[in-house]
Design a protein. Structure first.
Length: 259
């Protein structure tokens, strides 16, 4: 077991516990840039890592009744087919399958990091704009279609980069359901992230891009990190955490695109 990877897992877990985002946004770039893991393997391993770590939070939200399962179903009806289609296209048309799609995955990861940073910074402004435009007054069928399309977009991005299920998913829901409480938005997004990352992770495993030893090492560090970070969350101001995380994601995202 690599001690540096355990420590990295702990650090990322602590950030996830404090902010609620940052798992794929930080873990995948760390694996690629710091440990030299192949991009496809980093994404596939991180997807299963995310599915496991998000299960606990989903159970808590489900017990508290803060999950809108109808919205989860709409998101999944778009995201899961998008995952299957994306992985099929990449594995069959990229040279040497996923292993030959390193540049596509790296650029997708960089773009997803930049979008995640923007979502962290401008989330409240987007929510206010959505309220002013009466987005919640849209006909139910039209809004349901937008949710399905949002799920499809998330599915494509997550399957290529492992990034987006958290911050981008929450931002999309804040925009489409501006009057839904924040805790219900988070619980719903978290519940959708579990099947999304699990399905995408299993797809990567089927294509041979999951390192099970690495997965166990990351979990050994991140699970205690999430526990400790969750207890520190109320002591560190959000106005400090989120801009700092966004700035870090911009730097890493730009480096991934330029690599």
């Amino acid at each position: 077991m690599d001690l540096a990877q355990v420590i990295s897992g702990f650090a990322v877990g602590a950030i996830v516990g404090m902010t609620g985002v940052g798992g794929g946004s930080l873990m995948t770039p760390l694996l690629v840039l710091l440990f030299g893991i192949a991009p496809a393997t980093a994404v596939g391993t991180d997807l299963l890592y995310a599915a496991i770590t998000k299960c606990g939070g989903t159970l808590v939200h489900a017990r508290r009744g803060t999950v809108d399962w109808r919205i989860v179903g709409l998101l999944a009806s778009g995201s899961l087919p998008a995952v299957a289609l994306t992985l099929y296209l990449v594995s069959h048309f990229a040279p040497h399958g996923l292993g030959g799609a390193a540049r596509i995955i790296t650029c997708s990861l960089g773009l997803a990091l930049l979008l995640t940073a923007a979502a962290l910074v401008f989330r409240h402004r987007l929510q206010a704009w959505a309220k002013s435009r009466a987005v919640d007054a849209l006909p139910s069928q039209r809004r349901a279609l937008l949710v399905v399309l949002s799920g499809a977009t998330l599915g494509t991005m997550v399957s290529l980069s492992s990034v987006g299920a958290g911050a981008l998913g929450v931002t999309a829901l804040f925009f489409l359901y501006p009057r839904l409480t924040a805790v219900r938005i988070v619980g719903t997004d978290l519940a959708h992230a579990v099947p999304l990352t699990l399905f995408a992770g299993l797809g990567h495993w089927w294509l041979g891009s999951v390192d099970w030893t690495l997965l166990g090492t990351l979990l050994a560090g991140s699970l205690p990190g999430i526990f400790i970070g969750s207890h520190l969350a109320q002591r560190i101001p959000e106005r400090v955490l989120r801009p700092s995380l966004a700035g870090m994601l911009v730097l890493v995202g730009a480096k991934m695109i330029a690599a």
